[in-house]
Design a protein around this ligand. Structure first.
Ligand code: GLU
Length: 306
């Protein structure tokens, strides 16, 4: 069965922006007859108890999902098998660069913007041995094409249309041996049969990398919809420090989960207090395309008392 998903990182509580993305992912999946999965992306930045609280907050809003809830950390063998497949095809190389070295090289005149500059792409065996002898841990990078060190790949996004973006020699396995996000997400989406990826548009720029990688691994490229983020009063991405932004914060102010849902519905131009009401008549074509700007201290009165 085709499926959509929401894939939170358990680094803390979900804020209204994350909750809105989860609601949209649910609406996209359920309105198209898809299964809907939750995947806990716990390869880094794990705060104890956060995953459980995230699931409880989603349930309280009225969202449901299909089992199992997958944890990325339980799937390392699948991720690393994909890395091995790429290595066997000659599509990876070891990189000994530090973050600082990459920043310096990438900011050199004529360097590609934001791309890994290919420093370690053609190291000789002797150079590699010298780096190892220095005790530098090696990350494994994708050899993104046979010449040069960057390429472009086009994806189609339900909201952004045709989007062409950079595919550089990005990291597949980090220096500590952990699979990198761009690799894990591709392997997990494919293994779970996920053919619809709805997430915040801060990830749009990474998507050509992921779609290119899926293609190299012979995996299907999902349909994408990158939804606008929620911004604070200064026009910056909403963050915890902006005030009462998590479900727990809103409930502490005396709101019910239904009122939180009503606030999210309002941001979508709808009046509703349950996801099921929103599902009725949901079409991506009517989604507001502008980011939703939220002042957590100044939530509309009528929404507080629906
Ligand atoms: N785990 C990522 C995040 O919380 C989302 C990844 C994705 O949806 O592909 O930002």
């Amino acid at each position: 069965m085709p499926a959509g998903r929401f894939a939170p990182s358990p680094s803390g509580d979900l804020h209204l922006g994350n909750l809105r993305t989860a609601l949209l992912a649910w609406l996209f999946a359920r309105s198209t007859g898809r299964a809907f999965y939750i995947r806990i992306e716990d390869l880094d930045r794990v705060r104890p108890g956060a995953a459980e609280r995230q699931l409880a907050d989603l349930t309280a809003l009225g969202l449901d999902w299909d089992p199992p809830v997958l944890r990325q950390s339980e799937r390392l063998d699948r991720h690393l098998a994909a890395v091995d497949t790429l290595t066997a095809a000659g599509l990876t190389y070891e990189c000994y660069c530090t973050r600082r070295e990459i920043q310096q090289a990438a900011s050199a005149p004529h360097g590609p913007m934001g791309a890994y500059p290919g420093t370690c792409r053609d190291l000789t065996d002797a150079e590699r041995a010298a780096h190892r002898a220095e005790g530098r841990p090696a990350a494994l990078r994708l050899r993104s094409q046979t010449t040069g060190f960057e390429t472009k790949f086009e994806i189609v996004d339900e909201i952004h249309g045709h989007y062409r973006g950079l595919v550089d020699d990005f990291v597949l396995r980090r220096g500590d041996g952990t699979p990198a996000y761009n690799l894990a997400v591709v392997v997990d989406d494919a293994d779970q049969g996920i053919d619809q990826v709805v997430r915040g548009d801060d990830l749009l720029a990474s998507t050509p990398r992921q779609a290119y990688l899926a293609t190299l691994l012979g995996l299907p490229v999902p349909h994408y919809a990158h939804v606008p983020l929620v911004l604070n009063r200064e026009g910056k991405r909403l963050a915890k420090r902006d005030g009462a932004v998590t479900s727990a914060d809103r409930i502490a102010l005396g709101e019910t989960p239904r009122q939180v849902l009503a606030l999210l519905a309002d941001s979508l131009g709808r009046t509703a207090t349950t996801p099921a009401e929103l599902l009725d008549g949901f079409t991506p074509a009517t989604l507001p395309l502008e980011p939703w700007t939220l002042d957590p201290q100044n939530v509309v009165k009528s929404i507080r008392n629906p």
